[in-house]
Design a protein around this ligand. Structure first.
Ligand code: ACO
Length: 328
């Protein structure tokens, strides 16, 4: 059976930086409140002419280059996003055309902040089954387009960006040892964008009611996140017959530094073992983990190191993926 490896990664964030200080003139907030409650210092905002596919493509090109592949080598493109360019065609098809990935099937995947890990699962299974040899998994978001810039509870949290990984059959790069996924739709109401779908199509009423923006019960999401990070990791470790002390590094979804610090404290982990980039980018939903993975891989750990990706988000959804670094 072929082994699924991450043969290349890439990342792209827009050039426009939005600082906490600037947000003081947008909503009733303070630099200090945002930093102390979230750990975020600044985030990136897509330029007016940049949609999600425009952030995806540079990340994808870099991932292909790092994998030593051409766009035409790719069998499938999965774009994980809750902010597609439009309802249809899929952003993945738009990316496929822009890259010239003529041999690739293409589709979007909606699992919010856990999207990238869901995408890795599909890619790894298709590779292990022998269906595909190279899959481009992209996590990309332009959340700035769906946050309510009048709502201080949400607009300070998010940022735009894209991360990409090529998952290949065999070869060099970190090996995917296992993945655990979960979902619980019964609590999905705590994080939604109510309008714009078939339930509440766009109308003057939905626009005036600000229903096309992110609506979030922050405290409920926080409680869910704290519980599920541990559970997602331990379920996967149990399945693989491993324990927490056999994991060398963690790359969690970047929602809030307090969630990450709480996790570190419970597991008695030094913070150096946990990748953190939310100070620079905020919460980029499905892009958070692949961007952090790309940055982490720029200073690769020792051969044999085990690295846990762990995500949670809207749906509600969650997932974990254990990687093992191989010699290059
Ligand atoms: N500036 C100043 N005050 C604010 C701001 C702000 N930007 N936002 C909220 N407040 C106020 C609230 O109005 C409230 O005031 P009140 O007591 O007068 O009503 C007060 O601060 C406390 O609000 P809380 O919601 O209790 O603040 P909390 O400490 O819980 O922090 C936060 C809020 C940061 C949203 C936290 O709940 C959180 O991180 N939740 C996780 C949610 C998350 O990360 N979601 C991201 C998307 S989901 C995902 O990625 C999985």
């Amino acid at each position: 059976m072929p082994t699924a490896v991450i043969s290349g990664t890439g990342a792209y964030v827009p050039t426009r930086v939005l600082t906490n200080k600037e947000l003081e003139s947008v909503v009733d907030t303070t630099e200090e409140w945002i930093l102390s409650r979230t750990g975020i210092i600044e985030r990136r905002i897509a330029l007016p002419d940049q949609a999600t596919s425009d952030l995806s493509c540079p990340a994808a090109v870099q991932a292909l280059e790092n994998a030593g592949l051409l766009a035409t080598d790719i069998d499938a493109i999965i774009v994980c996003t809750v902010t597609p360019d439009m309802m249809f065609p899929s952003t993945a098809c738009i990316v496929q055309a822009k890259l010239g990935a003529t041999q690739a099937v293409a589709f979007d995947l909606g699992a919010a902040c856990t999207g990238f890990i869901y995408g890795l699962q599909l890619a790894a299974h298709a590779i292990e089954a022998g269906s595909w040899s190279h899959v481009l998994v992209i996590g990309a978001e332009t959340l700035s387009r769906i946050v309510d810039w009048q709502d201080r509870n949400t607009c300070v949290l998010f940022g735009d960006g894209a991360g990409a990984a090529v998952v290949s059959a065999n070869g060099r790069g970190p090996r995917i040892l296992g993945i655990h996924l979960g979902a619980d739709g019964t609590d999905g109401h705590v994080l939604t964008m109510p309008a714009g779908g078939s339930r509440l199509p766009a109308s003057l009423e939905t626009v005036n009611g600000r229903r096309h923006f992110v609506h979030m019960n922050g405290q409920e999401v926080y409680k869910f996140a704290v519980r599920i990070v541990d559970e997602a990791c331990s379920r996967l470790l149990d399945k693989l017959g491993l324990s927490y002390n056999q994991v060398d590094f963690y790359i969690p979804h970047q929602a809030n530094l307090r969630i990450i610090e709480g996790f570190a404290k419970r597991l008695k982990l030094p913070l150096e073992k946990i990748a953190v980039n939310l100070d620079k980018y905020g919460n980029m939903s499905s892009a958070s983990i692949p961007v952090a993975l790309h940055e982490f891989g720029e200073r690769p750990p020792q051969t044999g190191s085990k690295v846990m990706l762990v995500g949670f988000g809207g749906g509600l959804t969650w997932g974990s993926c254990l990687l093992e670094w191989q010699a290059n």
